[in-house]
Design a protein around this ligand. Sequence first.
Ligand code: NAD
Ligand code: TYD
Length: 379
Amino acid sequence: MNFTRNIIITGGAGFIGSHVVRLFVNKYPEYRIINLDKLTYAGNLANLKDVENKENYVFAKADICDFETVKGLIAKYNVDGIIHLAAESHVDRSIKDPFTFARTNVIGTLTLLQAAKEYWESLPEGYENKRFYHISTDEVYGALELTNPEGIESPFTTKASSEHHHAYGTKFFTEETKYNPHSPYSASKASSDHFVRAFHDTYGMPTIVTNCSNNYGPYQFPEKLIPLFINNIRHKKPLPVYGKGENVRDWLYVEDHARAIDLIFHKGKIADTYNIGGFNEWKNIDIIKVVIRTVDRLLERKEEEDMNLITYVTDRKGHDMRYAIDSRKLQRELGWEPSLQFEEGIEKTVRWYLDNQEWMDNVTSGDYMKYYENMYGKA
Ligand code: NAD
Ligand code: TYD
């Protein structure tokens, strides 16, 4: 079959990447989608079982730091688009092991940029109709103050905003906010964003960067707050709340992020930046209570019986207080809107984890890693 486009999606076996791969494979049968992933602990091909046999899907096990392999894949498939999600993504791991984050997030991104540059510059048409799209995070902007700890009515609202429309401060991260990362994770992502922009400014590579808020939904590795807590509640295990549970995060359903990526990949302005978020701020302790109530209701347990699992533990080092994304540019310029209201999204998410206990058991036992190691070798 002749494909109209050949697109590498890196990190496609991870949480957000698997939703992006699924969306592209199903929506664009005329595109060939190459999922380039190293299959670290966070990568799991079981996340893509429903698309793995599609004609327009290819899996390539590779490390984004391996220049020759990456360049070889770009050339082999005559790749014209790269959507780059592969990364080390967990803040707590970055505090323990910052070098791995510098390697994958900084050197890996640079390797991918250089490989694409060399291949695209070798073609007669050069950068024409090419695109390098880098997926980043709101954490590069640093932390906002909690100027309204009890919450105020947010001046902005979207379909995703929960019923209470709260904001916990008056400032938001815009595309103009100065970078000020605090954790080794966000420092490595900030550095990778700078390299992507440098490749546009220096070589004219058609790049684009987006910075999104916290995602939630199916297939998220259960080291992150929401899936970890759903699983712990199910098994009546303590819920480790860092500090006082007062930190604020801005939550977006993962499929809404994937839809934004699709739109921006096709319609976004070259060299531009878009913030992605649904104006949906929650204090950790409040979101945790919503998750507990939802799990208890769906498991038909006594109302609030699992509130006593909440256990306050030592705070994360350098814990950013508040993230809140201003996504009005994306709404205004490209017409993107989140499709799911937060209460619906949480219900869907909790239900998915409860219905997919086998997936959870596999990733928590590490069994899926052994299975794929036999198939593809060690990560
Ligand atoms: P994840 O940890 O679930 O998945 C990361 C994927 O990258 C895994 O499949 C892993 O195997 C792969 N990978 C890691 N190192 C690799 C390497 N060296 N070579 C090739 N593949 C490698 O991450 P996620 O939560 O899906 O995040 C995806 C991207 O989105 C990241 O760049 C992250 O910074 C960004 N982001 C995440 C969030 C969030 O809330 N999760 C929010 C905003 C932005
Ligand atoms: P996390 O899901 O790790 O995302 P991020 O650090 O990228 O925002 O954490 C979300 C929030 O929940 C963050 O403020 C840290 C907090 N948290 C806990 O209180 N306990 C936990 O066990 C985890 C994993 C996170």
